[in-house]
Ligand binder design. Structure first.
Ligand code: SAM
Length: 215
Protein backbone atom coordinates (compact mmCIF):
# COMPACT_ATOMS: atom_id res chain seq x y z
CA UNK A 1 0.00 0.00 0.00
CA UNK A 2 1.63 3.21 -1.14
CA UNK A 3 0.52 6.56 0.34
CA UNK A 4 -0.69 7.63 -3.15
CA UNK A 5 -2.81 4.51 -3.53
CA UNK A 6 -4.29 4.95 -0.06
CA UNK A 7 -5.12 8.61 -0.77
CA UNK A 8 -6.76 7.62 -4.06
CA UNK A 9 -8.92 4.95 -2.41
CA UNK A 10 -10.04 7.49 0.18
CA UNK A 11 -10.79 10.19 -2.37
CA UNK A 12 -13.01 7.78 -4.33
CA UNK A 13 -14.73 6.61 -1.15
CA UNK A 14 -15.27 10.26 -0.12
CA UNK A 15 -17.48 10.65 -3.20
CA UNK A 16 -19.48 7.42 -2.97
CA UNK A 17 -23.23 8.01 -2.99
CA UNK A 18 -25.04 5.52 -0.75
CA UNK A 19 -28.44 6.87 -1.83
CA UNK A 20 -28.09 6.44 -5.58
CA UNK A 21 -28.20 3.02 -7.19
CA UNK A 22 -29.29 0.84 -10.10
CA UNK A 23 -31.48 -2.24 -10.12
CA UNK A 24 -30.92 -4.48 -13.12
CA UNK A 25 -33.85 -6.77 -13.83
CA UNK A 26 -32.61 -9.86 -15.61
CA UNK A 27 -29.95 -7.97 -17.53
CA UNK A 28 -28.32 -11.23 -18.50
CA UNK A 29 -25.60 -10.34 -20.99
CA UNK A 30 -22.34 -10.13 -19.04
CA UNK A 31 -20.96 -7.29 -21.16
CA UNK A 32 -24.06 -5.16 -20.47
CA UNK A 33 -23.95 -5.85 -16.78
CA UNK A 34 -20.24 -5.08 -16.67
CA UNK A 35 -20.67 -1.85 -18.63
CA UNK A 36 -23.40 -0.73 -16.20
CA UNK A 37 -21.12 -1.46 -13.22
CA UNK A 38 -18.37 0.55 -14.85
CA UNK A 39 -20.72 3.52 -15.23
CA UNK A 40 -21.93 3.02 -11.66
CA UNK A 41 -18.33 3.29 -10.44
CA UNK A 42 -17.76 6.45 -12.48
CA UNK A 43 -20.89 8.08 -11.08
CA UNK A 44 -20.02 7.13 -7.51
CA UNK A 45 -22.57 4.41 -6.81
CA UNK A 46 -21.66 2.47 -3.68
CA UNK A 47 -23.78 -0.63 -4.22
CA UNK A 48 -25.69 -1.87 -7.29
CA UNK A 49 -28.54 -4.38 -7.33
CA UNK A 50 -29.51 -7.12 -9.73
CA UNK A 51 -32.40 -9.52 -9.93
CA UNK A 52 -31.49 -12.86 -11.31
CA UNK A 53 -33.58 -15.86 -10.31
CA UNK A 54 -30.81 -18.22 -11.41
CA UNK A 55 -28.45 -16.70 -8.84
CA UNK A 56 -25.16 -16.08 -10.61
CA UNK A 57 -24.50 -12.75 -12.27
CA UNK A 58 -21.50 -13.05 -14.55
CA UNK A 59 -19.46 -9.98 -15.45
CA UNK A 60 -16.69 -9.45 -17.97
CA UNK A 61 -13.49 -7.92 -16.65
CA UNK A 62 -12.69 -6.50 -20.11
CA UNK A 63 -15.91 -4.51 -20.16
CA UNK A 64 -16.09 -3.64 -16.49
CA UNK A 65 -12.54 -2.30 -16.26
CA UNK A 66 -12.39 -4.11 -12.90
CA UNK A 67 -15.25 -2.01 -11.50
CA UNK A 68 -16.85 -5.03 -9.80
CA UNK A 69 -14.05 -4.66 -7.24
CA UNK A 70 -15.27 -1.16 -6.36
CA UNK A 71 -19.05 -1.37 -6.68
CA UNK A 72 -20.74 -3.94 -4.46
CA UNK A 73 -23.34 -5.98 -6.31
CA UNK A 74 -26.26 -7.37 -4.35
CA UNK A 75 -28.18 -10.10 -6.17
CA UNK A 76 -31.85 -10.62 -5.28
CA UNK A 77 -33.85 -13.72 -6.20
CA UNK A 78 -37.04 -11.81 -7.10
CA UNK A 79 -37.98 -8.26 -8.07
CA UNK A 80 -40.43 -7.99 -5.14
CA UNK A 81 -37.67 -8.72 -2.64
CA UNK A 82 -35.35 -6.22 -4.32
CA UNK A 83 -37.98 -3.48 -4.38
CA UNK A 84 -38.96 -4.09 -0.73
CA UNK A 85 -35.29 -3.96 0.32
CA UNK A 86 -34.80 -0.61 -1.44
CA UNK A 87 -38.10 0.95 -0.39
CA UNK A 88 -37.39 0.09 3.24
CA UNK A 89 -34.25 2.20 2.88
CA UNK A 90 -36.25 5.15 1.59
CA UNK A 91 -35.45 4.88 -2.11
CA UNK A 92 -37.78 6.02 -4.87
CA UNK A 93 -37.74 3.59 -7.79
CA UNK A 94 -37.57 5.09 -11.28
CA UNK A 95 -38.10 2.52 -14.00
CA UNK A 96 -36.30 3.31 -17.25
CA UNK A 97 -39.27 2.15 -19.24
CA UNK A 98 -40.65 2.95 -22.68
CA UNK A 99 -44.21 3.28 -21.39
CA UNK A 100 -47.11 5.66 -21.91
CA UNK A 101 -46.78 7.10 -18.41
CA UNK A 102 -43.00 7.73 -18.64
CA UNK A 103 -41.66 11.25 -18.10
CA UNK A 104 -38.48 12.70 -19.59
CA UNK A 105 -35.60 11.37 -17.44
CA UNK A 106 -34.32 14.95 -16.91
CA UNK A 107 -37.49 15.93 -15.05
CA UNK A 108 -36.69 13.75 -12.05
CA UNK A 109 -34.89 14.88 -8.87
CA UNK A 110 -32.00 12.42 -8.44
CA UNK A 111 -30.59 14.26 -5.43
CA UNK A 112 -33.13 12.38 -3.31
CA UNK A 113 -32.54 8.63 -2.67
CA UNK A 114 -33.09 7.15 -6.14
CA UNK A 115 -32.96 3.77 -7.86
CA UNK A 116 -32.81 3.50 -11.64
CA UNK A 117 -34.52 0.24 -12.61
CA UNK A 118 -33.31 -1.19 -15.92
CA UNK A 119 -35.05 -3.89 -17.89
CA UNK A 120 -33.91 -6.98 -19.74
CA UNK A 121 -32.33 -6.60 -23.17
CA UNK A 122 -35.18 -8.21 -25.05
CA UNK A 123 -38.31 -7.69 -22.98
CA UNK A 124 -37.60 -4.49 -21.10
CA UNK A 125 -38.97 -3.85 -17.60
CA UNK A 126 -41.44 -6.61 -16.64
CA UNK A 127 -45.03 -5.81 -15.68
CA UNK A 128 -44.29 -7.01 -12.15
CA UNK A 129 -41.36 -4.61 -11.86
CA UNK A 130 -43.22 -1.70 -13.46
CA UNK A 131 -46.00 -2.13 -10.91
CA UNK A 132 -43.44 -1.70 -8.12
CA UNK A 133 -41.86 1.44 -9.59
CA UNK A 134 -42.85 4.87 -8.29
CA UNK A 135 -42.49 6.47 -11.74
CA UNK A 136 -41.28 5.65 -15.25
CA UNK A 137 -38.62 7.69 -17.01
CA UNK A 138 -37.78 7.74 -20.69
CA UNK A 139 -34.89 8.99 -22.78
CA UNK A 140 -36.58 10.62 -25.77
CA UNK A 141 -35.82 8.75 -28.98
CA UNK A 142 -35.90 10.75 -32.23
CA UNK A 143 -34.61 8.12 -34.63
CA UNK A 144 -35.82 4.98 -36.32
CA UNK A 145 -34.81 2.60 -33.53
CA UNK A 146 -37.17 2.29 -30.58
CA UNK A 147 -34.71 1.84 -27.72
CA UNK A 148 -31.10 2.18 -26.61
CA UNK A 149 -28.81 -0.57 -25.46
CA UNK A 150 -29.50 -1.02 -21.74
CA UNK A 151 -25.99 0.00 -20.67
CA UNK A 152 -26.20 3.15 -22.78
CA UNK A 153 -29.58 4.03 -21.25
CA UNK A 154 -28.08 3.47 -17.79
CA UNK A 155 -25.19 5.82 -18.57
CA UNK A 156 -27.42 8.58 -19.91
CA UNK A 157 -29.66 8.57 -16.83
CA UNK A 158 -26.89 8.06 -14.26
CA UNK A 159 -24.82 10.93 -15.60
CA UNK A 160 -27.85 13.19 -15.32
CA UNK A 161 -28.04 12.05 -11.69
CA UNK A 162 -24.33 12.83 -11.31
CA UNK A 163 -24.84 16.30 -12.85
CA UNK A 164 -27.64 17.09 -10.40
CA UNK A 165 -25.68 15.75 -7.44
CA UNK A 166 -22.57 17.71 -8.38
CA UNK A 167 -24.67 20.86 -8.54
CA UNK A 168 -26.21 20.05 -5.15
CA UNK A 169 -22.74 19.57 -3.59
CA UNK A 170 -23.32 15.90 -2.80
CA UNK A 171 -19.77 14.97 -3.86
CA UNK A 172 -18.18 17.63 -1.67
CA UNK A 173 -18.04 15.63 1.56
CA UNK A 174 -18.15 11.92 2.52
CA UNK A 175 -21.68 10.52 2.48
CA UNK A 176 -21.04 7.03 3.88
CA UNK A 177 -21.54 6.46 7.60
CA UNK A 178 -18.32 6.03 9.61
CA UNK A 179 -18.55 2.26 10.03
CA UNK A 180 -19.36 1.59 6.35
CA UNK A 181 -16.53 3.90 5.33
CA UNK A 182 -14.03 2.17 7.62
CA UNK A 183 -15.12 -1.33 6.57
CA UNK A 184 -15.07 -0.52 2.86
CA UNK A 185 -11.71 1.20 3.04
CA UNK A 186 -10.23 -1.91 4.62
CA UNK A 187 -11.80 -4.19 1.98
CA UNK A 188 -10.56 -1.98 -0.87
CA UNK A 189 -7.08 -1.58 0.56
CA UNK A 190 -6.61 -5.17 1.74
CA UNK A 191 -9.02 -7.49 -0.10
CA UNK A 192 -7.14 -10.69 0.78
CA UNK A 193 -6.79 -9.83 4.44
CA UNK A 194 -10.47 -8.76 4.52
CA UNK A 195 -11.49 -12.20 3.20
CA UNK A 196 -9.36 -13.82 5.90
CA UNK A 197 -11.04 -11.85 8.70
CA UNK A 198 -14.52 -12.39 7.25
CA UNK A 199 -14.04 -16.15 6.92
CA UNK A 200 -13.16 -16.28 10.62
CA UNK A 201 -15.92 -13.92 11.73
CA UNK A 202 -13.33 -11.48 13.07
CA UNK A 203 -13.59 -7.68 12.98
CA UNK A 204 -11.23 -5.86 10.64
CA UNK A 205 -8.24 -4.24 12.34
CA UNK A 206 -7.78 -0.46 12.32
CA UNK A 207 -5.66 1.28 9.70
CA UNK A 208 -3.27 4.02 10.71
CA UNK A 209 -3.24 7.41 8.97
CA UNK A 210 -0.86 6.10 6.28
CA UNK A 211 -3.12 3.13 5.55
CA UNK A 212 -1.05 0.48 7.30
CA UNK A 213 -2.74 -2.22 9.34
CA UNK A 214 -2.31 -1.59 13.07
CA UNK A 215 -1.11 -4.89 14.55
N1 SAM B 1 -38.20 -3.94 -26.31
C1 SAM B 1 -37.74 -3.50 -25.02
C2 SAM B 1 -38.77 -2.56 -24.38
O1 SAM B 1 -39.81 -2.34 -24.97
O2 SAM B 1 -38.57 -2.09 -23.25
C3 SAM B 1 -36.42 -2.80 -25.20
C4 SAM B 1 -35.52 -3.08 -24.07
S1 SAM B 1 -34.10 -2.01 -24.04
C5 SAM B 1 -33.05 -2.73 -25.21
C6 SAM B 1 -33.40 -2.53 -22.51
C7 SAM B 1 -33.63 -1.57 -21.36
O3 SAM B 1 -32.88 -0.38 -21.60
C8 SAM B 1 -35.04 -1.09 -21.15
O4 SAM B 1 -35.79 -2.01 -20.39
C9 SAM B 1 -34.83 0.21 -20.40
O5 SAM B 1 -34.60 -0.04 -19.03
C10 SAM B 1 -33.57 0.75 -21.04
N2 SAM B 1 -33.84 1.70 -22.13
C11 SAM B 1 -33.45 1.58 -23.42
N3 SAM B 1 -33.82 2.65 -24.13
C12 SAM B 1 -34.48 3.46 -23.28
C13 SAM B 1 -35.11 4.75 -23.42
N4 SAM B 1 -35.14 5.38 -24.56
N5 SAM B 1 -35.68 5.29 -22.32
C14 SAM B 1 -35.65 4.65 -21.13
N6 SAM B 1 -35.07 3.45 -20.95
C15 SAM B 1 -34.49 2.86 -22.00
Amino acid sequence: MTPERYRRLKSVLDRRQPDLTVLMENVHKPHNLSAILRTADAVGIYEAHAVNPTGGVPTYQDTSGGSEKWVYLRVHPEIEEAAAHLKERGFTIYAANLSERAVDYRRVDYTRPAVVLLGAEKWGVSERAAALADADVIIPMMGMVQSLNVSVAAAVILFEAQRQRLEAGLYDHPRLDRETYRRTLFEWAYPREAAYYRARGLPYPQLDERGFIQR
